[in-house]
Design a binder for this molecule. Structure first.
Ligand code: APR
Length: 245
């Protein structure tokens, strides 16, 4: 009887054309808290107050009061084994695109080349008045931080109620429509439009492999109940064994 890992590895080797869709769970093992789990960020702070574009426009200090969560340690956060495993799968010609909801930049830091950051990136911070670009964590102090021109700074990330970058969303949709397999990693799969992507993939004939410590996507073809930092390197290992034969 093939193990679940052997089954998933053979599927990925046979089908290739794999797209990964990742969420905060893949970065937890890098020390970055998730949003909706016990002790998660949105358990402490109401996102409709602290991460809403309407509130930001009226009172940016609410969002910026969380700057230590997102920006202070930006350079210190490092990719973990899960990010590197997805990079290896891209090098092996199996994963062709990583779509991420995460704003931490860790997939690019791990060396993944084809990355779609559909919620933007906390690395890019700009002045809402003159457009001057800054890079996390090198921004002025203050809640909120101001540009030299007096404008308020804002990260290039998508707050609740804000439009997603259309080019990124279009690419994410096209990749999901045409992939043969989707690795759904570390996401509660409840925030749209990202949450629609696994259904888009499935409706177009793709097999869905969910990797999560609890089942979040009810329609997965395979569910690996494991931490991403354990499961993804095991899948890479199984593929290497298949490639040897
Ligand atoms: N490995 C895999 N999955 C994990 C791990 C782990 N080590 N630890 C936690 N998880 C799973 C949780 O079970 C949960 O399903 O990661 C998921 C985290 O869910 P959320 O905190 O809701 O994060 P995410 O799905 O990325 O949220 C989507 O919501 O707040 C917005 O824009 C924000 O991008 C974010 C979006």
């Amino acid at each position: 009887m093939e193990s679940l890992y052997e089954e998933v590895a053979s599927l990925l080797v046979k089908q290739k054309q794999c797209v990964a869709l990742t969420g905060a769970g893949i970065s937890l093992e890098s020390g970055i808290p998730t949003f909706r789990e016990k002790g998660g960020l949105w358990e402490k702070y109401d996102p409709m107050v602290y991460a809403s574009i309407d509130v930001f426009r009226k009172d940016p200090s609410k969002y910026w009061s969380l700057r230590d969560y997102f920006i202070k340690d930006y350079d210190k956060y490092q990719p973990n084994k899960a990010h590197y495993a997805l990079k290896d799968l891209e090098d092996m010609g199996i994963v062709r695109c990583v779509i991420t909801q995460n704003i931490d930049g860790l997939h690019k830091k791990a060396g993944s080349k084809n990355v779609v950051e559909i919620h933007g990136s906390i690395r890019e911070i700009y002045c809402t008045k003159c457009g001057k670009e800054y890079e996390a964590p090198h921004i002025p102090d203050g809640i909120p931080p101001y540009c030299l021109c007096g404008g308020v700074l804002k990260p290039n990330t998508i707050l609740f109620g804000e439009e997603l970058p259309q080019d990124a969303l279009l690419k994410a949709r096209n990749e999901s429509m045409s992939c043969k397999t989707m690795l759904l990693v570390g996401t509660s799969a409840i925030v749209y439009p990202a949450a629609s992507l696994p259904n888009t993939a499935k409706q177009n004939g793709a097999k869905i492999v969910e990797i999560n410590i609890e089942e979040a996507f009810s329609d997965a073809d395979y569910f690996i109940k494991e931490k991403a930092g354990t499961a993804l390197p095991k899948i890479v290992e199984e593929i290497r064994i298949i490639d040897k034969h």
